[in-house]
Write a protein that binds this ligand. Structure first.
Ligand code: NAI
Ligand code: MG
Length: 357
């Protein structure tokens, strides 16, 4: 396993927030080699492409990519292939990152930042594992055609294909079961098996894979019910695994339970634990360069990187505990600030986390 980390700050607040995560990693004195490169709009300006070859090559030979964010309004008029966001899609595709892990954690100190009642969400700690490269988003055939069956024969219709290959479901199942083993050993698989063939197939495979993980309790839930339970009693969940479409929706819903976009990390993994780690939020051009952005989502993404790509659970927990401690001490960036706490900027928040380590 390589100890190389590709550091790709990108656009907007990317530079400021990634800098803090890099400082935190440095403070832990780990055996990691960090190499920086340009990505996103900034790479387009410099090299004419949001994911230049040297950046992609660096990512490919690295065990992990620490990513900031990409995008800015000024690139909105570019042809799609040159838009900054294409860099993430290109990295996912080239590294085969099929598993998207998004924790939704609400530190008790931030319970009143959520839109839900504090008792419903305080201490919330769930992990959504979303399949990222299959499902109806990529299934073919797709397009527009003249309907030849059903109630609207002869009419124009739009159509997509929901599909999952057996090996595709198996590999995401293994990621989810292994994540569950590191946590409360509870895995809920979300599908729509009462209506969809793809979902019944998914469910059967989950049950089959579960035989290899007798220590993990597997349950199943329909997506409509899961969407409901996630706001009614989110703490009932620990790890949730689901397909691309349902996962897209559920992971956004889960992130809102915490009410603080600046706090949410994410990981995208392949079968060799090579991964891309980034905050769930975007490049926030409205606050870029002002030392206002919350770096904690990126710092927590670095913790996920140590856990999933480098197998260093201890260092990951050290970072997470340090984040809990700075919140306990009352430090807040503007996005999570409330009266009676200590308002700090991006770099001061980094200082506080390093001090807490
Ligand atoms: P955004 O997440 O960048 O910002 C939404 C709101 O949250 C803004 O008011 C912003 O100031 C605030 N915010 C975001 N992160 C924050 C942080 N760390 N601390 C404090 N406040 C924070 O989403 P938006 O505005 O829709 O998109 C801006 C740009 O980011 C667009 O170009 C979009 O395409 C791109 N984007 C990139 C993503 C990525 O790189 N993975 C993901 C989502 C959006
Ligand atoms: Mg989404």
């Amino acid at each position: 396993m390589s100890n190389l980390v590709a550091v790709l700050p990108g656009d907007g607040i990317g530079e400021e927030i990634v800098e803090q995560a890099v400082r935190v990693l440095a403070a832990l004195k780990l055996d990691l080699e960090l190499e920086k490169a340009d990505v996103g709009g900034r790479a387009y300006d410099l090299y004419g492409h949001p994911l230049p070859k040297h950046t992609l090559d660096l990512a490919k030979k690295s065990q992990a990519v620490l990513f900031g964010a990409v995008g800015d309004w000024k690139y909105d008029t570019l042809p799609r292939e040159f838009r900054p966001e294409q860099a993430i899609l290109g990295l996912r595709k080239n590294l085969g990152l099929f598993a998207n892990l998004r924790p939704a954690v609400l530190y008790p100190q931030l319970a009143d930042v959520s839109t839900l009642k504090p008792e419903v969400v305080s201490g919330l700690n769930i992990l959504i594992v979303r399949e990222l490269t299959g499902d109806i988003y990529f299934g073919t055939p797709r397009g527009i055609r003249i309907a030849t069956d059903g109630l609207f024969v002869g009419d124009k219709e739009g159509y997509d294909t929901m599909r999952y290959a057996e090996s595709e479901v198996r590999r995401i199942a293994h990621i989810a079961f292994q994540a569950a083993q590191k946590r409360q050993k509870k895995l809920c698989s979300v599908d729509k098996a009462n209506v969809l063939e793809t979902s019944q197939f998914w469910r059967d495979i989950m049950i089959d894979v579960s035989k290899e993980y007798p220590d993990v309790a597997l349950t199943h839930m329909y997506i409509d019910n899961a969407a409901m339970q996630l706001v009614r009693a989110p703490k009932e969940f620990d790890v949730v695994v689901t397909g691309n479409l349902f996962g897209d929706i559920l992971s956004d819903e889960a992130s809102m339970l915490t009410g603080s976009i600046g706090m949410l990390p994410s990981a995208s993994l392949n079968a060799t634990n090579q991964g891309l780690y980034e905050p769930s939020h975007g490049s926030a051009p409205d606050i870029a360069g002002k030392n206002l952005a919350n770096p904690l989502a990126t710092i927590l993404s670095a913790a996920m990187m140590l856990r999933y790509s480098f197998g260093n659970e201890i260092a990951a927990q050290q970072i997470e505990a340090a984040v809990g401690k700075v919140l306990e001490q009352g430090y807040r960036t503007v996005d999570i600030y409330k009266e009676g706490t200590i308002k700090v900027g991006t770099s001061q928040m980094g200082d506080a986390v390093i001090a807490a380590l």
